[in-house]
Design a protein around this ligand. Structure first.
Ligand code: PHE
Length: 339
């Protein structure tokens, strides 16, 4: 008992403190062991003061006070160091030099890309881009385009009819009629948009996309039609041959379907072109004078040509997409490839 005991406790405390290091739990254990209110060693040493002979009390008391100060001071320091280390550890989980999180970036759909490409070719030739309703009346979708009441395109096997008698437009051609009704020639337009038919398999979807073209002016000939479409197809597909085949559409006369040499085999014949070497790419013709009469264009003064093609089909050809339905699946694995 006495001063030696104080010295012992002091040594033990310093050793324990060192051992606890920066571990907050170990430090708390050290605090309780030495400075704890109930049974800390300092309490015990204070109680021992009473039992000492009076001549020793003074020195013992002074040494005990010093020890108390040391213990409190060192515990405080250690706790502060442990606390700031903990805070520092927290801060260091944020690396401020890392680049920020990039927002997810979408990609443009292949049909959209093809539409823009085609629009741009015609914009450069002085055309403008027009739009029209997808829910169309019978007049614009059929009647004004000289499609007779018994024409198979009108069959409800092929066409979606609304209860009101409107249809989901079966082609972009009704916009031809709408523009001619409200605007006098010269007219040079392309009309991209969604169209609808009751069809669904590898190559057909109930909704698909077309782009329509219409030119009306004085002195427009089949030569203009041919040169325009050849120029267009060479821009779009570069190295292809183009051929015109006689065809029939109710709203054009004469009419022609246009083929390009197969872009996969170059014309020697393969699976995509069913061995023919040619791929049908668009429908076209000189605007039938009966259409001009129906929409109020002077058929004596003006002539014109029109054409239409499927955007989805072009996207499939250009990108080698085997199933049309993939285009409308919403599967981002497809679109991501066009980022
Ligand atoms: N509308 C026709 C179709 O959907 C295409 C076409 C447009 C043909 C313009 C001639 C002129 O098949």
């Amino acid at each position: 008992m006495g001063l030696e005991r104080l010295a012992e406790v002091r040594e033990a405390f310093l050793a324990d403190l060192e051992a606890a290091g920066n571990d907050p739990e170990a430090l708390e254990a050290v605090r309780i062991r030495y400075a704890g209110r109930r049974s800390g060693l300092l309490q015990e040493l204070t109680a021992a003061l009473r039992e000492l002979p009076p001549e020793q009390k003074r020195d013992y008391g002074r040494a005990l006070n010093e020890l108390k100060k040391l213990v409190e001071g060192r515990l405080k320091e250690a706790a502060a160091a442990a606390g700031s280390r903990k805070a520092a550890a927290k801060v260091s989980t944020v690396d401020v030099t890392l680049p920020g999180r990039r927002p997810p970036r979408g990609a443009q759909h292949p049909v959209h890309l093809v539409r823009r490409r085609i629009e741009n070719i015609f914009l450069r030739m002085g055309y403008s881009v027009e739009d029209g309703p997808e829910v169309e009346d019978d007049w614009h979708n059929f009647e004004a385009l000289n499609i007779p009441p018994d024409h198979p395109a009108r069959d409800d096997q092929d066409t979606f009819y609304m209860p009101s008698g409107h249809v989901l437009r079966t082609h972009t051609s009704p916009v031809q009629a709408r523009v001619m009704e409200r605007q006098s020639p010269p007219i040079r337009i392309v009309v991209p948009g969604r169209v609808y038919r009751r069809d669904s398999d590898l190559r057909h979807s109930p909704m698909f996309h077309q782009i329509e073209g219409l030119v009306v002016d004085e002195g427009i000939t089949f030569g203009h039609l041919k040169a325009t479409l050849e120029t267009f197809l060479h821009e779009l597909f570069s190295d292809v041959a183009v051929r015109f085949r006689p065809s029939y559409f109710p709203f054009t006369e004469p009419s022609a379907e246009v083929d390009i040499t197969c872009i996969f085999c170059g014309g020697s014949g393969c699976g995509v072109c069913s061995g023919s070497g040619w791929i049908e790419i668009l429908g076209s013709g000189m605007v039938d004078p009966r259409v001009f009469e129906k929409v109020g264009v002077d058929a004596e003064r003006y002539t014109g040509f029109a054409f239409g093609l499927g955007l989805d089909r072009v996207a499939m050809l250009v990108h080698g997409i085997p199933d049309l339905r993939l285009l409308f699946s919403g599967d981002q694995r497809l679109t991501r490839q066009f980022a």
